[in-house]
Ligand binder design. Structure first.
Ligand code: C2O
Ligand code: CU
Length: 547
């Protein structure tokens, strides 16, 4: 195994990734940042210099379990204090499993300012994938807002509440296209011919097969991605091999990664469109376009056809069907424990607290403490956060009507956490419900840090505690780290609490987590070895730093 050492400088720069000029956060001058390439078992070292001048930072390695290094998870308020302006922080961790992962900021709503990138981990020498391809490529899909993250965050916490609204653009590998000639757009801040916003080009050689690793780090949007005239065979999801299945368009939610195989087997005399489209909420955001370029056609030559218009935003069934189609590859099944020790039902609701709109889990809207849990739990700082744990099931769950607006939309805020017994098997049922708007329920992609979980079931309507567990897939469920909860539906996960540390579990929609849609699990804190002092410095951690 090798050591892969990176030196990154994070700073603000003016860029025009969708032709509209705004401040973005770059790593070594780029957004998306550099791709981390490694081989299973390698150690990654990132020396991160915060040159944001007046702003803290932290970076999370999304999908990397951090076994033995819970302090390197990069989650501000959970596993570390933020990195102060001018400071350099060292992240060091092992990538223990081949697959497709991502990294992104995990401080406030900073991720959507452009601080993100890909992680690609190859198999050890001598091991082969259960599929073959000629070339390997990575792209990240994203959505893009023109307002600063501060303006958005301030709006979300204001009374009256100001929603972030639809993203202005969608982006494919950091490139989108905003319509600069829209009325009201200042000519000085938008230039349709800026090369920074020329479409992303994926060049292919006719007849060859490409493994395309697709990740989504949208702030809000659920997406459908397709390449005109080409099928995609899904072979990997969140670092696990799936039983291959073929789709025309791939639905992908924020925090998910997939590998698909695409063969360049169409008329080679032209180029084709690749399209990313927002689904699951009615929206005004234009589709993102990239060029699927057949060599030797000119990479900038527009395809002669109208780009495919994609699925209707409100057509839920193909999205649910894709979720149901994802099973473990038969030769790579991680046997799932057949029973669980604890069942936690998490009711997802939209609420009003002190005049502001929030999201809650079991009527608790989550807030982050000033002292990271990893330190407060390890050092027994019982005053650093609320000690009464949130409930495993909310009072009145069994009579709660998920199909209508709740008669009482009040909730409370808390920073309390779930404490799991080490090595036990835990079931989580994510139950969706109607929002505070009638006939409305949203899609929420939930992401668990520090683990992969088995996706044992999806259902529509209210979860039936005695009947639905009998229908779980305990034979070949896929393991993932991010999974959607569909409108008015439920999703059931199972995982083993075997990774000592403190782990965030939250909706990956940036504004939803900011509005409280998340929680935290602690397990085996007594097994965590001495914490590095580099993660300390804020809140009640100050007393552990010796001069
Ligand atoms: Cu990719 Cu806690 O997030
Ligand atoms: Cu959400």
């Amino acid at each position: 195994a090798r050591i892969r050492h990176h030196r990154w400088e994070v700073k603000y720069e003016f860029k025009s990734p969708d032709c509209f000029r705004k401040l973005v956060i770059t790593i070594n001058g780029r957004t998306p940042g550099p791709t981390i390439r490694a081989q299973q078992g390698d150690t990654i070292i990132v020396d991160l210099k915060n040159s944001l001048v007046t702003e803290n930072v932290a970076i999370h390695w999304h999908g990397i379990r951090q076994i033995g290094t819970p302090w390197a998870d990069g989650t501000e308020g959970v596993t570390q204090c933020p990195i102060l302006p001018g400071d350099t922080f060292r992240y060091m961790f092992v990538v223990d499993r081949a697959g497709t992962y991502m990294y992104h900021a995990h401080y406030g709503m900073q991720r959507e300012a452009g601080l993100y990138g890909s992680i690609r981990v190859a198999l050890p020498d001598g091991e082969v994938e259960p599929f073959s391809y000629d070339y390997d490529r990575s792209i990240i899909l994203n959505d893009w807002y023109h307002k600063s993250t501060y303006e958005q965050a301030a709006g979300l916490s204001s009374v009256p509440f100001v929603w972030v609204g639809d993203p202005q653009s969608l982006m494919i590998q950091g490139r989108g296209r905003f319509n600069c000639s829209k009325p009201g757009v200042e000519a000085a801040s938008c230039n349709a011919t800026n090369p920074e916003c020329s479409p992303y080009v994926l060049t292919v050689v006719p007849g060859k097969t490409y493994r395309l690793r697709i990740g989504s780090l949208t702030a809000l949007a659920a997406l459908s991605f397709e390449i005109e005239g080409h099928n995609m065979t899904v072979v990997e999801a969140d670092g696990h091999y799936v039983q291959p299945f073929t789709v025309k368009n791939l639905f992908i939610y924020s925090g998910e990664t997939y590998s698909v195989l695409i063969t360049a087997n169409q008329d080679p005399s032209r180029n084709y469109w690749a399209v990313s489209k927002m689904v699951s909420r009615n929206n005004t955001t234009p589709n993102a376009l990239a060029i699927f370029n057949y060599y030797p056609n000119h990479p900038k030559r527009s395809p002669p056809t109208v780009p495919p218009s994609g699925p209707f935003w409100n057509d839920i069934s193909p999205r649910v069907n894709q979720s149901l189609a994802i099973k473990s590859h038969p030769n790579y099944i991680h046997p799932v424990p057949q029973t669980s020790d604890r069942v936690i039902i998490l009711l997802n609701t939209q609420n009003r607290i002190n005049g502001s709109v929030k999201w809650s889990i079991n009527n608790v809207s989550f807030t982050l403490p000033h002292t990271p849990y990893l330190v407060s739990l390890k050092q027994n700082l019982l005053d650093s956060f609320e000690q009464t744990p949130p409930p495993d099931v909310i009072d009145g769950y069994h009579t709660y009507d998920i199909n209508t607006v709740a008669p009482n939309v009040n909730a409370t805020t808390s920073n309390s956490v779930y404490r799991l017994k080490f090595n036990t098997t835990v079931d989580i049922i994510l139950q969706n419900a109607n929002t505070m708007t009638s006939n409305n329920s949203e899609t929420h992609p939930w992401h668990l840090h520090g683990h992969d979980f088995w996706v044992v079931g999806y259902g529509s309507g209210k979860f039936n505690v005695s009947e639905d567990p009998k229908k779980y897939n305990l034979v070949d469920p896929i393991m993932k780290n991010t999974v959607p909860v569909h409108p008015y539906g439920w999703t059931a996960l199972r995982f083993v609490a075997d990774n000592p540390g403190v782990w965030a579990f939250h909706c990956h929609i940036e504004s939803h987590f900011y509005m409280g849609m998340g929680t935290v699990f602690e397990e085996g804190i007594e097994k965590v070895t001495k914490l590095p002092s580099s993660i300390m410095g804020c809140g009640d951690t100050k007393r552990f730093i010796r001069p």
